[in-house]
Design a protein around this ligand. Structure first.
Ligand SMILES: Nc1nc2c(ncn2[C@@H]2O[C@H](COP(=O)(O)OP(=O)(O)OP(=O)(O)O)[C@@H](O)[C@H]2O)c(=O)[nH]1
Ligand SMILES: [Mg+2]
Length: 191
């Protein structure tokens, strides 16, 4: 049962878009929701540096969900994110996909529109044909929508599993976090 409730989540995206900040906020911020999660998440935070790309690709396999981050204050990151997603899809076409616009606090502070129209992001998500979900307005600085993103992802993984094992929806699991470092991808486990 325990292994069934363990989901591998990959955090992908171009460099400096805020992937590590997102994971840190979720894993280490007490205000967030891990205590109510009902599954073990193994979160792999990848590097966005191009020189690590080949190594990061080794982590694309056997992933239940991928959070694809881009920075709506930086249009280049939107294009680069799509290119990373295409490569990911070739290796792992069955993964759930969550498109995540980061650094929303900057847009709010500067009263700016995102570089990419949220409707276009949604259209792109629809075109992926895998039920990709969009979270356009996350901020690791403020904690905006981060809990909601991971909660939705976890519930989606649990719902899929419940189709074959309905009892998983009644299972409660306690939570603690551990951190393990490696040189290009870091794993965070939530229990
Ligand atoms: N204002 C603001 N800054 C952010 C936010 N998230 C990340 N940053 C900043 O963006 C920069 C990059 O953040 P990281 O989390 O290291 O980005 P990354 O995607 O992990 O970068 P790589 O691992 O190099 O690919 C840092 O200076 C962060 O402080 C956010 O939500 N709001
Ligand atoms: Mg990082």
């Amino acid at each position: 049962m325990e292994s069934q409730l363990s989901f591998k989540v990959l955090i992908l995206g171009p460099k400096r878009v805020g992937k590590s900040s997102l994971v840190r906020k979720f894993v280490f911020d007490d205000d967030n929701g891990p205590p109510t999660l009902r599954a073990k998440l193994k979160i792999w935070d990848t590097s966005g540096q191009e020189r690590f790309e080949a190594v990061c690709r080794a982590y694309y396999h056997s992933t239940e969900a991928a959070i694809l981050c881009f920075d709506p204050t930086n249009e280049v990151s939107w294009k680069e994110m799509q290119s990373i997603l295409n490569k990911f899809n070739v290796i792992n076409p069955d993964s759930k996909i969550y498109l995540c616009g980061t650094k929303f606090d900057i847009l709010e502070d500067e009263l700016k529109e995102p570089c990419v129209d949220p409707e276009l992001v949604q259209e792109f998500a629809n075109s992926l044909n895998c039920g990709a979900k969009v979270f356009m307005e996350t901020s690791s600085k403020l904690g905006t929508h981060i809990d909601e993103l991971f909660r939705t992802l976890t519930e989606d993984c649990l719902s899929d599993l419940a189709e074959t094992s309905p009892e998983v929806l009644n299972t409660a699991i306690s939570v603690e976090s551990q951190k393990r470092r490696s040189w290009c991808c870091r794993q965070f486990r939530l229990y």
